[in-house]
Design a protein around this ligand. Structure first.
Ligand code: DX5
Ligand code: ZN
Length: 219
C-alpha cells in the first residue's frame, strides 16, 4: 500500500491558508489533514466546515482527511461532508450511537475512520474493522500541535497492523502526533502506512526538502 504523507494544517500559517495548502501539495504531500477542535471534547478551538469549503473553492482538489475532535459528532459529520471532506474520522467515545455515526459518514459519500487516543485500547477499532476505511492512532493527546511522540503507542500500532492484515480489507493505518524525520521510520516499521505531520513540515522553510527527507526515511 502506498505510504501517505498527510500534513496537518494546524501548523500552517492561517493568514494565507490556501497558499500554504497549495505549496505543501506541490511539495509532494498526498493528503490534507484537517484538525477540527471544539473547545469541549478538547481544550483547543480550531477550524470548521467553512474553512474546508473555502479550500475547495480556492481550487484544492486533493484528498481532505478530516479529523474531528468534537462532541457530539453527527452535526459536524453532515457539515464536513457538505463542505467537501473525503474522509471523516471521529473519536468513537464522542458519539452516543456508533452505528448511526458510521452509517451517516458512509451515506454522505465519505470514507470513515475511528481515532484512538494514546490511553485508549483498540476495542472499537477492532470491532468495527469491517466498516472502517482508516484507523487513526493518536501518538499525542489530542488538542495541540508540536507535542512529543508518545513511545508507548508503538506496540498498539503493531497490534492494529496485525488486525488489519487479518481482516483482508483495505484499511489505512494512520498515526498522528509528534512525528518527525527522525522517528518516522520507527512509526513505519511498527506498521503505519499513513503519517500525519504538522509542525515537522510547516515549521520548516522548504516543504519539498522536508517531504523528500520523510519519504526517503520510510523507503
Ligand atoms: C493533535 C492533532 C495533530 C497534530 C499533529 O490534536 O490531531 O494532527 O496537530 O501535529 P504535530 O505533527 O505537530 O504533532
Ligand atoms: Zn489530527
Amino acid at each position: 500500500m502506498k505510504k501517505i504523507i498527510a500534513p496537518s494544517i494546524l501548523s500552517a500559517d492561517f493568514s494565507r491558508l490556501g497558499e500554504e495548502v497549495d505549496s505543501v501539495l506541490k511539495a509532494g504531500a498526498d493528503w490534507v489533514h484537517f484538525d477540527v477542535m471544539d473547545n469541549h471534547y478538547v481544550p483547543n478551538l480550531t477550524i470548521g466546515p467553512m474553512v474546508c469549503k473555502s479550500l475547495r473553492s480556492y481550487g484544492i482538489t486533493d484528498f481532505i482527511d478530516v479529523h474531528l475532535m468534537v462532541k457530539p459528532v453527527d452535526p459536524l459529520i453532515r457539515m464536513f461532508a457538505d463542505a467537501g471532506a473525503d474522509l471523516i474520522s471521529f473519536h468513537p467515545e464522542a458519539t452516543d450511537d456508533l452505528d448511526k455515526s458510521v452509517a451517516l459518514v458512509k451515506d454522505l459519500g465519505c470514507k470513515v475512520g475511528f481515532a484512538v487516543n494514546p490511553s485508549e485500547d483498540l476495542t472499537h477499532a477492532k470491532n468495527y474493522i469491517q466498516d472502517l476505511d482508516l484507523a487513526l492512532l493518536m501518538s499525542v493527546n489530542p488538542g495541540f500541535g508540536g507535542q512529543k511522540f508518545i513511545e508507548t503507542v508503538l506496540p498498539k500500532i503493531s497490534e492494529m497492523r496485525e488486525c488489519i492484515d487479518q481482516c483482508k480489507k483495505e484499511v489505512r493505518l494512520e498515526v498522528d502526533g509528534g512525528i518527525n524525520p527522525q522517528n518516522i521510520k520507527t512509526v513505519c516499521d511498527a506498521g503505519a502506512d499513513t503519517f500525519v505531520l504538522g509542525s515537522a513540515i510547516f515549521n520548516t522553510d522548504d516543504y519539498a526538502n522536508t517531504i523528500t527527507d520523510l519519504r526517503n526515511n520510510i523507503g
